[in-house]
Design a protein around this ligand. Structure first.
Ligand code: NAP
Length: 294
């Protein structure tokens, strides 16, 4: 068997095209383009690249991106002051604070300071709580992208045995909540889980977000299962240059799974597309407009 490759780039392009159409409609009603403010503290190269690609995608979708770059030495007080300013700015519909933040800053305090209505990363406890209780919420882009990709392999996720490997607030926990909302039967596994291989092998839908290169092997996968690989790991390639790999041993998995997302070209692309969707939703909700149908 060779698994179907779930092409995150192609699906993300579809979503981004829909966002562009809906953004133009919302801009016409608001009399201004929806705006996304990105805050980057420090010089981390990966964070810089993420913020740059998010800003480019925002502009391409017909929205406005506002970039705020602050030095590594920025105090928590100054960062909170910027967040307060963005909360009050009528032209800003979405705020994302790129993580990780420098050590002198309490990340939770900053994430809790973001207006929940502008919390397009879905990291505010109010949005996390709403998601957990089944209320409309802004949901983190990565798990949203996982659900969209899983639905490319299954018309419905209802009744599937889904295993989420990883329990972070950013990916594993919200993904488990979204899968419960889709009526899947959900197991969340982590570093203390016993018999991890057997647990994974039970899954019709296996979602992996642990940050360990090629950790999940081919014989951890139920034949025909759908595998969603969230991991992004930089490892040395045979040519001496770094290459990106996921948390799943892709070549092995390809022979067993029914469908799989590649790394790169899988969930990473979807994360940015879903951030744009969230910005549109935030803009519509703040203006009392109907939510865009994406
Ligand atoms: P994280 O906060 O470090 O959480 C990792 C999770 O994996 C934890 O729950 C941890 O368990 C679990 N884990 C670690 N080692 C394990 C092991 N040996 N066996 C079983 N479970 C293990 O990571 P994250 O932020 O969720 O990110 C996970 C991966 O996804 C990273 O590679 C990251 O780069 C990637 N990511 C990608 C995107 C994207 O857009 N594609 C977005 C976000 C993250 P404990 O809780 O027990 O410690």
């Amino acid at each position: 068997m060779t698994a179907k490759i779930l092409d995150g780039k192609a699906v993300a392009d579809e979503v981004r095209a829909q966002v562009a159409v809906e953004a133009a409609k919302i801009a016409a009603k608001l009399g201004r383009k929806p705006g996304l403010a990105a805050v980057l503290v420090g010089e981390d190269p990966a964070s810089q690249a993420y913020v740059k690609s998010k800003a480019k995608a925002t502009d391409e979708a017909g929205m406005i991106s506002f970039e705020h770059r602050l030095p590594e030495s920025t105090s928590e007080k100054d960062l909170l002051a910027l967040v307060a300013k963005l909360n009050a700015d009528e032209n800003v519909d979405g705020i994302l604070v790129q993580l990780p933040l420098p050590k002198q800053i309490d990340t939770s305090r900053v994430l809790e300071a973001v207006d929940p209505l502008k919390d397009v990363d879905g990291f505010h406890p109010l949005n996390a709580g709403k998601l957990a209780t089944g209320l409309p919420a802004l949901v983190p882009g990565t798990p949203l992208g996982c659900i969209i990709m899983a639905k490319r392999a299954h018309a419905s996720l209802a009744g599937l045995d889904a295993v989420v490997l990883g329990r972070s607030n950013i990916v594993g926990k919200p993904l488990a909540q979204l899968l419960i909302a889709e009526s899947a039967t959900v197991t969340v596994a982590h570093s203390k889980t016993k018999n991890l291989k057997e647990v994974c092998r039970r899954a019709d839908l296996l979602c992996v977000a642990i940050g360990k290169p090629e950790f999940v092997k081919g014989d951890w996968i139920k034949p025909g299962a759908t595998v969603i690989d969230v991991g992004i790991n930089r490892v040395p390639g045979s040519d001496g240059k770094n290459k990106l790999v996921g948390d799943v041993a892709f070549e092995e998995a390809l022979k067993v799974a029914g469908a799989i997302t590649p790394v790169p070209g899988g969930i990473g692309r979807m994360t940015v597309a879903c951030l744009l969707v969230n910005t549109l939703r935030a803009a519509a909700a703040r203006a009392g407009l109907e939510a865009p149908k994406i």
